[in-house]
Design a protein around this ligand. Structure first.
Ligand code: NAD
Ligand code: IPM
Ligand code: MN
Length: 357
C-alpha cells in the first residue's frame, strides 16, 4: 500500500521521539512492502520561531492532504511566558480542531515487567487494560477566553452533537472489547456535565449489549488508583481526559509509554504520544520513544487498516520491554536510539520467525 505521512516533530523531545516512530514505520514499510513516504512540517515553538505562527498554513495544508499525521510534542520554557500572545500549544489545538479529530483514543496497558515501577501494589495492576476516549475538540479548551488585569474566564461549552459523536465512538469500541463503558463527568456541579450525562444515558439505549456506568471525576481520579482493573472503556470530556490519562500513565510505569490516536469523521487521523516536550531531558538521548512508536502502530491500525503490521509493532515493543532494553524513566540506561534499534530488530526477528513457521 502507498501512504503519505506528514511528520510534525515539534519541540523538545518531539524530534527525538518522532524520528524513532518514523524509523519503525520505515522498517515496517520495508518488510511488508508498503510504500510509505514521510515529509516533515513545522509546528509549535519552532514554527513560531521560523514562521511567526505555531500552525503555519503550509503545515495545515500538508496535514489535510496526507493519509495520516504523526506528531512529536510542542511547547517549552522558551515560549511559556504567561503573557505571551502566541503559544506553541495553540498550534496543536488548532490542528486538532482543523482536522476535526474529536475522538482521542488513549489505551493504557501494564507490561508485567514494569509492574514494579508503578507506585501501586502488583495485584492491583494485574489485568489493567483501559481505553480512554477523551473528547478532543470541545470544552474549556475551545470556549471563549477573556482576560483583564484582575480577572480571566474560560468558557466551557458542549453541544449535544459533540457529546453524541464521542459517546457513539466509545460504545462501538466497547462492543469489540468487554462491553463496559464508564462515563466520567462532574454532573453534581457543572451544567455541561449534566448535559453530558443525560446525552450519554440516551445514546447508551442504542447499545443494549454494553453496560454503562457514570462516575464523578474526583472519585474517578481515586478509583483509577484503587481499582484500575475494574474499568475498560472510559469516556470523558476534554480537560478531565487530559488529567486522568497522565494519572493513568503512572499505572503503566511512565508517561513516555502511552500513545494516542485522534480520529474524526474525516479521513485524516493524528497520532501522538500523550507526553509533552519534556524540556528537562530534551536533546540528551534520554527520551522514551515507546509512546511515539506505539502511536505509529495506532496510525497503521486506524488510518491505514494495517492491523497485522500494527500488532507486529506492539509485539516488538513488548519484546523489547521484556528484554529490559529500557530508557531511564523505566529504570534502564538505554538511549532513545538504542531502544528504537531494539524495536526495529525485534520487528525484523518477529518477521523472520513468522516466515520460518
Ligand atoms: P511533559 O509530559 O513534557 O513532562 C513531564 C515529565 O515526564 C517530565 O519530567 C519529563 O521528563 C517526563 N517525560 C515526558 N515524556 C517523556 C518521555 N518520552 N521519556 C521520558 N520521560 C518523559 O510535561 P510538562 O513538563 O508539564 O510540559 C512540558 C511542555 O510540553 C509544556 O510546554 C506543555 O504544554 C507541553 N506539552 C505538550 C504536549 C503535546 O505536544 N502533545 C503534551 C503535554 C505537554
Ligand atoms: C496533551 C497535552 C495538550 C492538551 C496540550 C499541550 C495542549 O497536554 O496532548 O495531553 O492539553 O491536550
Ligand atoms: Mn496532556
Amino acid at each position: 500500500m502507498k501512504a503519505r505521512i506528514a511528520v510534525l516533530p515539534g519541540d523538545g523531545i518531539g524530534p527525538e521521539v518522532s524520528a524513532a516512530a518514523v524509523a519503525v514505520l520505515r522498517a515496517t514499510g520495508e518488510y511488508a512492502a508498503h510504500d510509505f513516504t514521510f515529509a516533515e512540517y513545522a509546528i509549535g515553538g519552532i514554527a513560531i520561531d521560523v514562521h511567526g505562527d505555531p500552525l503555519p498554513p503550509a503545515t495545515l495544508a500538508a496535514c489535510k492532504s496526507a493519509d495520516a499525521v504523526l506528531l512529536g510534542a510542542v511547547g517549552g520554557p522558551k515560549w511559556s511566558d504567561p503573557n505571551a500572545k502566541v503559544r506553541p500549544e495553540q498550534g496543536l489545538l488548532g490542528l486538532r480542531a482543523a482536522l476535526g479529530v474529536y475522538a482521542n483514543l488513549r489505551p493504557v496497558r501494564v507490561h508485567p515487567r514494569l509492574v514494579a515501577l508503578s507506585p501501586l501494589k502488583d495485584e492491583k495492576l494485574r489485568n489493567v487494560d483501559l481505553l480512554f476516549l477523551r473528547e478532543l475538540t470541545g470544552g474549556a479548551y475551545f470556549g471563549a477566553k477573556t482576560r483583564t488585569a484582575d480577572a480571566a474566564t474560560d468558557e466551557c461549552k458542549y453541544t449535544v452533537t459533540e457529546i453524541e459523536r464521542i459517546t457513539r465512538r466509545a460504545f462501538v469500541l466497547a462492543q469489540a472489547r468487554s462491553k463496559r463503558v464508564t462515563s466520567v463527568d462532574k454532573a453534581n456541579v457543572l451544567e455541561t456535565s449534566r448535559l453530558w450525562r443525560s446525552t450519554v444515558t440516551r445514546i447508551a439505549l442504542d447499545y443494549p449489549d454494553v453496560a454503562l456506568e457514570h462516575q464523578l471525576v474526583d472519585s474517578m481520579a481515586m478509583l483509577l488508583l484503587t481499582r484500575p482493573a475494574a474499568y475498560d472503556v472510559i469516556v470523558t470530556e476534554n480537560l478531565f481526559g487530559d488529567i486522568l490519562t497522565d494519572e493513568a500513565a503512572a499505572l503503566a510505569g511512565s508517561l513516555g509509554l502511552l500513545p494516542s490516536a485522534s480520529l474524526g469523521d474525516g479521513k485524516v487521523g493524528l497520532y501522538e504520544p500523550i507526553h509533552g516536550s519534556a524540556p528537562d531531558i530534551a536533546g540528551k538521548g534520554l527520551a522514551n520513544p515507546l509512546g511515539a512508536i506505539l502511536s505509529a502502530a495506532l496510525l497503521l491500525r486506524h488510518s491505514l487498516g494495517l492491523e497485522n503490521e500494527a500488532t507486529a509493532i506492539e509485539s516488538a515493543v513488548g519484546a523489547v520491554i521484556e528484554r529490559g532494553v529500557l530508557t531511564s524513566d523505566l529504570g534502564g540506561s538505554a538511549t532513545t536510539a538504542e531502544v528504537t534499534s531494539a524495536v526495529v530488530e525485534a520487528l525484523q526477528h518477529g518477521r523472520r520467525s513468522q516466515e520460518a513457521a
